[in-house]
Design a protein around this ligand. Structure first.
Ligand code: GUN
Length: 298
């Protein structure tokens, strides 16, 4: 049976470290690191994520603001809010929860966020810096969480064959860029597989570290995993479960029980990458606050 890589436990340790650093920042700067989370509409999963981000920020001693806008909001109104947050001295990190409703051009919203307050790492300038291997860019939270889980569990990706399944802008693509950088958490040999990959199982069996980020429950089965591989499951999928109180349960992209029989280590869903994403958001917000303060920005 594989060792379990618990994002919940790692997050507990890291959030205590971040809270201690936030307290030092408050003493030095006379104010708290601040995070603003914007939720448009009431997409059920997004509501859960935003609530968790807001709570985690407050628990770490941050200033935490949440702004809810109706599903029907005009793009111009959302852009105006982003500009207000850009100018708000209490706010060091801005997060606009995705996906956004169809009447809003996501790209225009992401481009409007102040590059220095872009704690999601979604602004094209920051994506470009990441693609160029910049060691100082604030990394996107979910990819950074995956790398941190590997490092803190003793699986440095340097020199290893990593296969990522999924090429989304939020996870697969930026994770590949992060793993390709030189320096801490990088230097991996990276393959990105996706829905058009031929003989996916042959590709994934090459992986010493296998990362699933597609959003298809149970996609990665035992026959696709090399014996002794480290498996990180980024998928969060709701599947019907009439027996549970909510009528559904959360599962990952990996068929956990069978893959756990061949893997050396595996991350669970829930309790794996999810909490780490939020922890990395706190880390980015603290870092953004330090940089804005150092640059003398109000
Ligand atoms: N939607 C899914 N993941 C994320 C994320 O990390 N940040 C934001 N803003 N939206 C998301």
């Amino acid at each position: 049976m594989a060792r379990i890589i618990s994002g919940t436990e790692l997050s507990e340790t890291m959030r205590a470290e971040i809270a201690a650093e936030a307290a030092r920042f408050r003493e030095r700067a006379g104010r708290a690191p601040g995070l603003a989370a914007v939720l448009v509409g009431n997409h059920p999963a997004s509501e859960v994520y935003v609530r968790m981000k807001e709570k985690a920020a407050a628990a770490a001693g941050f200033y935490s603001a949440r702004i809810d806008l109706p599903e029907t909001v005009a793009e111009a109104d959302l852009l105006r809010l982003v500009e207000q947050l850009n100018a708000d001295p209490r706010v060091h990190g801005i997060l606009v929860q995705l996906p956004l409703p169809a009447q809003i051009a996501t790209r225009r919203v992401l481009e409007r966020v102040d590059v220095a307050k872009d704690v999601d790492g979604f602004h094209p300038v920051n994506v470009g810096r990441l693609a160029m291997g910049d060691p100082d860019v604030l990394p996107p939270c979910t990819p950074a969480g995956v790398v941190e889980m590997l490092l803190r569990s003793g699986y440095d990706p340097a020199g290893r064959r990593v296969v990522i399944v999924g090429r989304s802008n939020i996870v697969g693509r930026p994770l590949a860029l992060l793993l390709l950088r030189t320096g801490r958490g990088g230097n991996a040999t990276v393959t990105v597989a996706h829905s058009r990959t031929r003989d996916l199982a042959a590709v994934t069996r090459e992986a010493e570290i296998l990362i699933a980020a597609v959003g298809r429950p149970g996609l990665v089965t035992r026959d696709m995993v090399r014996a002794g591989a480290v498996v990180i499951d980024v998928g969060v999928n709701r599947v019907d479960d009439p027996g549970s109180g909510r009528g559904y349960r959360l599962v990952g992209d990996v068929a956990f029980d069978e893959v756990a029989q061949v893997a050396e280590a595996i991350s669970p869903v829930p309790g794996g990458v999810g909490p780490m994403t939020i922890t990395m958001l706190l880390r980015n917000t603290l870092e953004a606050a330090r940089r804005l303060e150092a640059d003398g920005r109000p």
